[in-house]
Design a protein. Structure first.
Length: 246
């Protein structure tokens, strides 16, 4: 299935017309505005350009798209126009966290359930709670580092009552360098192993091409794929990529 990529143009155009660029797996819609122009353009002009461009995508059979990472800095990805949808898959990162934790544990010689896991999030959300519930069977020692202490304590009481699992709570303002074989930073979207310093913040999926300035998780969401339906080829660690079998 081909999908669309909506991007900004690199140079100012005299004629304000969107451009369509076709590729094998995707179709790019280049809006007739640079990022600088988008920041200052009137909303109705941007809306008109977007509608015309999306009409062109529909004529090619494209019903879903993603924004480039650069364009997401100035436009919301939550664009709905009739049956056309622009996807933001950033939260899909957390679907892959259990696989990241498992790989880092094996790589660093951590043996479940004797793995210390620290989950950090300034304002405790359902994301952290879901991760705790998924990972508590792999770790007897789990700590929540948060600024939302009252909510964390309520949640910890619920975990103790329902599952008999003790959850340690720590204020995010306090030092937490001595706890956690594995650290999951929800706010900053990474999983790290304190022993090796390795920090996973992305991945490469076998068979999925991600064009320049486009996010893998947006593409996965746009294609309707989930963590259980893909084969991970490599983990991204900052500016390098590590083979998952390595």
């Amino acid at each position: 299935m081909r999908y669309g990529i909506i991007k900004q143009c690199q140079r100012e155009k005299f004629f304000k017309r969107s451009t369509i660029i076709e590729a094998e797996n995707h179709v790019t819609l280049e809006l007739p505005y640079t990022i600088k122009q988008i920041r200052t353009a009137k909303e109705h002009k941007l809306q008109k350009a977007m509608e015309k461009g999306i009409r062109k995508l529909r004529e090619l059979g494209i019903q879903r798209a993603v924004l480039t990472d650069t364009l997401k800095t100035v436009l919301s990805p939550n664009i709905h126009m009739a049956n056309f949808r622009v996807y933001d898959g950033s939260l899909m990162f957390f679907e892959f966290v259990p696989r990241m934790v498992k790989w880092l544990c094996e790589r660093n010689g951590f043996e479940p359930p004797n793995v210390k896991i620290s989950i950090r999030e300034q304002k405790l959300s359902r994301i952290s709670q879901t991760l705790i519930e998924k990972l508590c069977y792999q770790s007897k020692y789990m700590r929540v580092v948060t600024g939302d202490i009252l909510a964390a304590r309520r949640y910890a009481s619920s975990m103790l009552e329902q599952l008999g699992f003790f959850l340690d709570i720590c204020d995010i303002a306090a030092l937490d360098e001595d706890f956690g074989d594995i650290v999951i930073d929800v706010d900053n979207f990474y999983v790290s192993a304190s022993q090796s310093g390795e920090k996973i913040d992305g991945l490469v999926v076998e068979g999925i091409e991600v064009p320049h300035d486009t996010d893998m998780f947006d593409v996965l969401a746009c294609l309707g794929l989930n963590s259980g339906g893909v084969h991970i080829d490599k983990w991204r660690m900052g500016d390098k990529y590590v083979d998952i079998m390595g």
